[in-house]
Ligand binder design. Structure first.
Ligand code: SF4
Length: 278
């Protein structure tokens, strides 16, 4: 039987019924979201949490403080997040931009038109499309859909990609969602968090647990020849839904192992996502 490809809002509804609210992105402030988005590249979220805790303890969880920090000292503080020298440079580049352009208030960025803000963020060292969209959506509350490797995998298996493009790229996938969804930041926030949850816990790379997936009835299982339906993956610590139960696992507020970001796949600036709730 050929399964029909469900509409995006139907997928969102199915996920919401089973998963409930995701409360992304866990953080104390919009700037912490942005810092987490930079720090989460290719590491477990628990490691990002450790780095954030060290920044907080050192009084550096602000754009002003990070922009003025000693680079070596900053790198040492974010060491738990891995690639710590590069990530320290990226954090300082973002922080300096916020200080110089917005008086140190990342919230002030939200007043910029989205079609000007996104290219502006992409011009900052270390900010690629995934990180830029994470900052725009989860730190600033503006509607810019976040795409990650989970998005590619889940929707590829659902059967969307062959109907749209053979080898989707980040901007194409983002446009795919944004052209089919209302420009609603709350919707984008929740939908991306849902996709992350399914991609992390169920739609595994080699052994998807389709029997427990909210999307099983509408999924074509494209590229997944023999999905297992009888085994739940070993639970890993994941970034929790809200503080103080911060999440664990690779990648960010989303949890567990984090697949390569688009920046990593494309060999670009490197950064990744994760989530937070205000
Ligand atoms: S039904 Fe299986 S292949 Fe389809 S999205 Fe769910 S886990 Fe992935």
């Amino acid at each position: 039987m050929v399964r029909r490809t469900p509409e995006l809002l139907e997928i969102h509804r199915l996920l919401g019924e089973r998963l409930g609210p995701r409360h992304w992105w866990p953080a104390k402030s919009p700037f912490e979201v942005a810092a987490g988005a930079v720090l989460t590249q290719a590491v477990a979220w628990r490691n990002v949490e450790a780095a954030i805790a060290r920044l907080e303890a050192a009084g550096l969880m602000s754009a002003q403080a990070i922009s003025a920090a000693d680079p070596e000292g900053l790198a040492e503080l974010v060491r738990p997040a891995g690639y710590y020298r590069a990530k320290a440079r990226k954090l300082q580049a973002l922080a300096s931009h916020i200080v110089e352009g917005y008086g140190g208030r990342i919230e002030a960025m939200a007043a910029r038109p989205l079609d000007e803000l996104r290219p502006e963020l992409l011009d900052i060292y270390g900010v690629g499309p995934e990180t830029a969209d994470a900052i725009i959506l989860y730190a600033l509350g503006l509607p810019s859909f976040v795409v990650d490797a989970y998005t590619f995998r889940v929707f590829g298996r659902l059967g969307h990609w062959p109907e749209v493009f053979a080898r989707p790229r980040y901007e194409e996938v983002r446009a795919f969602f944004q052209s089919r969804l209302p420009a609603d930041a709350a919707l984008y926030n929740e939908f991306h968090a849902q996709i992350d949850r399914v991609g992390h816990a169920l739609c595994l790379k080699s052994r998807p647990v389709c029997g427990e997936c909210p999307l099983a009835e509408v999924c074509r299982r494209e590229g997944s020849s023999a999905p297992r339906t009888d085994v739940r993956p070993a639970s890993k610590p994941r970034p929790g839904n809200k503080r103080p139960a911060r999440k664990a696992g690779r990648g960010g507020p989303g949890g567990g192992f984090r697949p390569p970001t688009w920046e990593e796949k494309l060999g670009g600036g490197g950064k990744s996502i994760k989530k937070f709730s205000f």
